[in-house]
Design a binder for this molecule. Sequence first.
Ligand SMILES: CSC[C@H]1O[C@H](OP(=O)(O)O)[C@H](O)[C@@H]1O
Length: 367
Amino acid sequence: MNNSKESQFSPTPSSGTQSTGTVALRWLGASLELLDQRLLPAQEQWLTLATASGVSQCIRDMVVRGAPAIGISAAYGVALAARQATASDWRAQIQEAIRDLAASRPTAVNLFWALQRMERVFVGCGTPSEALARLENEAVAIHQEDLAANLTMADYALEAMGFSAGAEGAAQVSVLTHCNTGALATGGYGTALGVIRRLHEKNLLKQVYADETRPWLQGSRLTAWELMRDGIPVTLNADGAAAAILAAGEVRWIIVGADRITANGDVANKIGTYSLAVLARHHKVGFMVVAPSTTVDMDLQSGADIPIEERDGIEVREIRGIPLAPEEVSVFNPVFDVTPASLIDVIVTEKGVVRNPDIIGMRNLFG
Ligand SMILES: CSC[C@H]1O[C@H](OP(=O)(O)O)[C@H](O)[C@@H]1O
């Protein structure tokens, strides 16, 4: 892996929508560039990956993170494996790359959806050169489809919020969001942050409150950085301040992303999401989950079935090597929690919207 400045590919959004300059990844054809999100906001440093194992390590280390971005990066990782696999055992090498990428993080179903889609293409390839061409095309398609989905979801979300088309002059709304669900977490534009971008584009956004999102600080380090680059009015708050913000009465919606949505509408998302949903219900604030259909896992009946990733306690005990707690203290560090469907007012996907989600509403949309 080394640093690089040039890039050849980053999908441009469909016409009629403001594109965002921020991207998390760039496909160069023979390599994948990843913006090292561990260093933001202090440094914008790109890593160039030429192997699937390098991409897998970057997902493990959260160089790139965010459910859709993880899936897209893994898809490009499989394409890189095809480029590397020229020996007689090329099939085994690509299959091993898929296995290694699948082991990189356990919760975001987008990863497994993307790898299964790439594997379906791979098994139909007869030669290494056919695999190289078809797998690269499939990874690019996954990337571009994700961006298109985000643009569609932004429109659906505004309708769900009561902003019909052409509502530019309507009263502005303040919202609160958690973690990072923007261009840094997706193929571009963002899921929950895509809705926030669209509200801003239509002059419907008064203020975004962004939870800092301990312990990895996706909110303070990524969301605040991303929104300020786009001139979007963002106020950073400690996670513990969310209750007081909702009690003040300005915020009308909490808008978050997801890492896995099960058949009954339960949602796994960044740790702290569940408590926001409880607060939202108590304060009669709308609670919206925005996620592409690649985040929906109809094979799991409920959130109890979702594997919740736990990461090293050092992420809680330290920040960039600076101790925040006694070195030997034990730490509970699940990086996701599950919000029951009963606390969710609406799930927005590019295939449509599920209000008051339950298994019937999910099945109507996803079969
Ligand atoms: C649209 S990103 C979805 C999801 O991914 C983030 O997790 P992580 O930063 O650990 O990859 C967070 O849960 C976002 O809401």
